[in-house]
Design a binder for this molecule. Structure first.
Ligand code: PNS
Length: 161
């Protein structure tokens, strides 16, 4: 049986930090499902379809990565696809409390699916989709922080061509 790991997130949009975590997860697990979920505390810039397409473009070179979307609980999705693991990225201590809370809640929902944390590369430890959007909005350079298709998509969204 193929061991599936799920990389969940809102990916609004995917950054090189996300890509780093997905790439490293894909080198460990046989199959990685990146799943775009709704984070109820965020108001997304990109539609779910746009986010999926941007992730598909950025991960096209990784044959064991699949991109999906799900409306509902992460653990319901993970059960549906028979996943054995969840992978989340950790950037700094400030991420820890939030991650501990959602991991603990997810464990109440299903304690057979393990959550693994991968530390992001140092060069991406400050990076988030929000900070990228903030810079892109005012026409700042983000070329080293996101895949090329994301840079182009942000220029169109913010009309900063
Ligand atoms: O990229 P993000 O916004 O940090 O990802 C958070 C996300 C989408 C993984 C989280 O909000 C989530 O799992 N949403 C789906 C709903 C859910 O399962 N909530 C229960 C966990 S407390």
């Amino acid at each position: 049986m193929v061991k599936i790991a799920v990389v969940p997130g809102s990916f609004d949009p995917i950054t090189n930090g996300h890509l780093d975590i997905i790439t490293r997860g894909a080198s460990i697990f046989e199959q990685v499902n990146v799943v775009v979920l709704n984070n109820s505390s965020k108001n997304p810039l990109f539609s779910v379809e746009e986010r999926v397409k941007l992730i598909e473009d950025a991960t096209a070179h990784l044959p064991n990565v699949r991109v999906e979307t799900f409306s509902g609980l992460l653990m319901d999705y993970a059960e549906n696809v028979n996943a054995s693991a969840i992978i989340r990225g950790l950037r700094a201590v400030s991420d820890f409390e939030y991650e501990m809370q959602i991991t603990s809640m997810n464990r109440v929902l299903n304690d057979e699916i393990e959550t693994f944390f991968i530390m992001t590369k140092n060069q991406y430890s400050f990076l988030s989709s929000s900070i990228v959007k903030e810079v892109a909005k005012y026409g700042g350079y983000i070329g080293e922080l996101v895949p090329p298709q994301v840079e182009a998509a942000l220029k169109i969204k913010y009309d900063t061509n």
